[in-house]
Ligand binder design. Structure first.
Ligand SMILES: N[C@@H](CCC(=O)N[C@@H](CS)C(=O)NCC(=O)O)C(=O)O
Length: 246
């Protein structure tokens, strides 16, 4: 059976979770606890040497990178439910959106998320324990991000990331005012992968994402949240644990 290592239904982990539920594929969900730095433990780095979730185990193979996992599921397990347009130009459009979320949109939202939430985790432990934890992080950029979560992100970086978030929100809204979905006139991986990042912004970034300023984006978020597979996923997969020290 497929096995998915994740932090639960949020950010990059949400992409394969939504894909699995839309396709109705059974899987064994393995939830790691970010508050105990479980993803940097040796046993998990033996699965994903980058020490990050999500990671999909299929037989003797491990697939990493959230969007790549979604594409892999479509390639390997074709189902009645299709999450990619058949038309190759539409499919290319879909990939422009998934590439954009992976390379641009997710990073600015991530920095602000770390400043607001991960910093609580990073500050909750002693300096000694923190240094031990840092040593176990395989990606140098992630080490720096954890340090900044503890010590504080530079204000000019936070300002720049907020500027990029505003640009991203406008890009999505501009498109979604005139189009039901992001690509190919159908619900696709472009929607899943962008929803994974944009889906909660009407709460966390209400000054930017609201009915008045971004009606297209709000309509799209509500439309995705109302999908049976999305509702089922949220009902069955508990939300992320951020503070627990178990
Ligand atoms: N490009 C990767 C990014 C994965 C990623 O950033 N995962 C986050 C959770 S959303 C993570 O594991 N963060 C913990 C850390 O890096 O310490 C993907 O799309 O899968």
């Amino acid at each position: 059976m497929l096995k998915l290592y994740s932090f639960g239904p949020g950010a990059n982990s949400l992409k394969p979770l939504l894909t699995l539920y839309e396709k109705g594929l059974p899987f064994d969900g393995q939830r790691l606890n970010p508050a105990t730095f479980e993803h940097h433990s040796d046993w998990f780095k033996a699965i994903n040497p980058r020490g990050q979730v999500p990671a999909l185990v299929d037989g003797d193979r491990v697939i990493t990178e959230s969007t790549v996992i979604c594409e892999y599921l479509e390639d390997k397990y074709p189902t009645e439910v299709k999450l990619r347009p058949d038309d190759l130009a539409d499919r290319a459009d879909m990939r422009v959106w998934t590439k954009w979320v992976d390379e641009y949109f997710c990073w600015c939202v991530s920095t602000i998320g770390w400043q607001r939430m991960v910093s609580q985790m990073a500050k909750a432990i002693s300096a000694e324990e923190f240094e031990e934890r840092i040593k176990a992080i395989p990606i140098p950029e992630q080490q720096l991000k954890w340090r900044r979560a503890r010590d504080g992100f530079p204000q000019d970086l936070l300002d720049e990331e907020m500027r990029k978030i505003a640009v991203s929100v406008k890009r999505l809204d501009d498109h979604l005012r005139d189009n039901e979905w992001l690509a190919g006139g159908m619900y696709s991986l472009a929607d899943i992968c962008n929803y994974a990042i944009a889906g909660g912004m009407q709460f966390g970034f209400a000054e930017l994402v609201n009915k008045q300023d971004t009606p297209g984006l709000i309509r799209w978020i509500e439309q995705i949240a109302a999908r049976p597979a999305v509702k089922q996923m949220y009902a069955e997969v508990p939300m992320e644990r951020l503070a627990a020290k178990d």
